[in-house]
Design a protein around this ligand. Structure first.
Ligand code: COA
Ligand code: ZN
Length: 327
């Protein structure tokens, strides 16, 4: 790897919160609408570049997000922050546009089996439907992005060939005019060398298109994958507060890379994330209370690297004894 990974040198990295969508969709408890709104507002104030506020999906399929309209209506819109929403179909797009979403994040899977399991369509059917969504959005002046689930592997089909992933990217970038593509590691199958290859290939082909990496930490490789992607030229990452999340239709799925862990690591390495750590951590500390259980994120438990601890009460006695031994 080049030296860049070890020194951010002030390079801007955009962190995009998905806990409010990817995270909350996986929770069994319904987080009250006012709490969701307060959470999004806290994330805006913490300096996230983008927040995926909710999903305009079938309320029967994902009851946890059945209040999408109200949440989007009631959040405080901070200038400079993009408020995006997941949209699976035309019905979702109509709802999201009506609710003044800044951007629609379309979703399909790079893997045929996962697409069928999650969206009940073949990939070709998804693409046809999502082209109609993109046309609708263009007419309304709302940009779209595409999240390609399972871009680094599918829990049912195994590896998805890189050329196949890039071919789907090509269709969205070149045919539908998507503003950005998110390569999603839905079930934590990505590994750093694979990530570097795909990021380099994407960047070389579409230098002007927003590329986001969306990693889940299912096998402990999340932060390593972030660093590999940065080194290969990526500058946008999805992450979830507390590391919550996981696709309800992917066996063994677990949380996204944790926003405060990524922000903490990147700040130490000299990247400019725009994040105010104290605000982000304050939001993260409130999260277990909202969802009713502990979260995987470590920073709220361990503190930041230089949150120091008091020395032992008998420290001076220890020192005196050590010095008395001489040497
Ligand atoms: N918003 C509101 N309701 C929607 C909707 C949307 N975007 N999309 C579908 N529906 C409703 C339909 O109106 C229908 O309601 P009804 O039973 O009262 O008539 C019901 O959902 C099922 O619709 P159906 O036609 O059988 O399915 P579909 O093909 O339209 O919808 C999905 C399929 C994938 C859009 C839907 O199952 C869904 O939203 N799933 C959630 C996917 C998801 O969020 N996965 C995790 C993130 S990747
Ligand atoms: Zn995800």
């Amino acid at each position: 790897m080049s030296a860049t990974v070890w020194n951010g040198a002030g390079r801007r990295v955009y962190l995009q919160e998905v806990g409010t969508r990817d995270g909350l969709q996986a929770e069994s408890a319904f987080v009250p609408t006012a709490d969701k709104v307060a959470l999004v507002d806290a994330l805006s104030d913490a300096g996230l570049a983008k927040v995926e506020v909710t999903a305009f999906v079938s309320p029967a399929a994902i009851p946890a997000l059945r209040d999408a309209e109200q949440v989007l209506r009631e959040i405080r819109r901070v200038p400079g922050v993009t408020y995006t929403c997941l949209v699976p179909n035309v019905r979702g797009a109509e709802r999201a546009i009506e609710s003044r979403a800044d951007e629609l994040n379309l979703v399909m899977s790079a893997s045929e089996s996962h697409n069928l399991a999650n969206l009940r369509m073949t990939r070709d059917q998804s693409y046809a439907g999502l082209r109609a969504v993109a046309d609708l959005a263009r007419g309304a002046g709302v940009p779209v992005t595409i999240s390609l689930s399972c871009s680094f592997g599918c829990p049912m089909d195994g590896d998805v060939p890189e050329d196949e992933v890039l071919a789907w990217c090509a269709r969205y970038v070149e045919e539908t005019g998507a503003r950005g593509v998110t390569l999603c590691d839905t079930t934590g199958m990505a590994y750093p060398t694979q990530v570097a290859r795909l990021v380099q290939a994407f960047r070389a082909r579409w230098p002007g298109t927003e590329l986001t990496l969306h990693f889940h930490n299912t096998r402990g490789m999340g932060l390593a994958n972030v660093l590999a992607a940065l080194d290969a030229g990526a500058d946008r990452f999805d992450a979830s507060l507390g590391g919550i999340g996981g696709c309800p239709y992917a066996p063994g799925a677990s949380g996204n890379v944790c926003t405060e862990e990524v922000a903490h690591a990147l700040a130490l390495m000299g990247y400019d994330t725009g994040i105010a750590m104290d605000r982000l951590l304050a939001a993260a500390r409130r999260l277990p209370g909202l969802i009713g259980h502990e979260v995987p994120g470590q920073i709220t438990k361990a503190g930041q690297r230089l949150d120091l601890h008091p020395r032992p009460a008998d420290f001076e006695a220890i020192r005196a004894r050590a010095l008395a031994r001489g040497g």
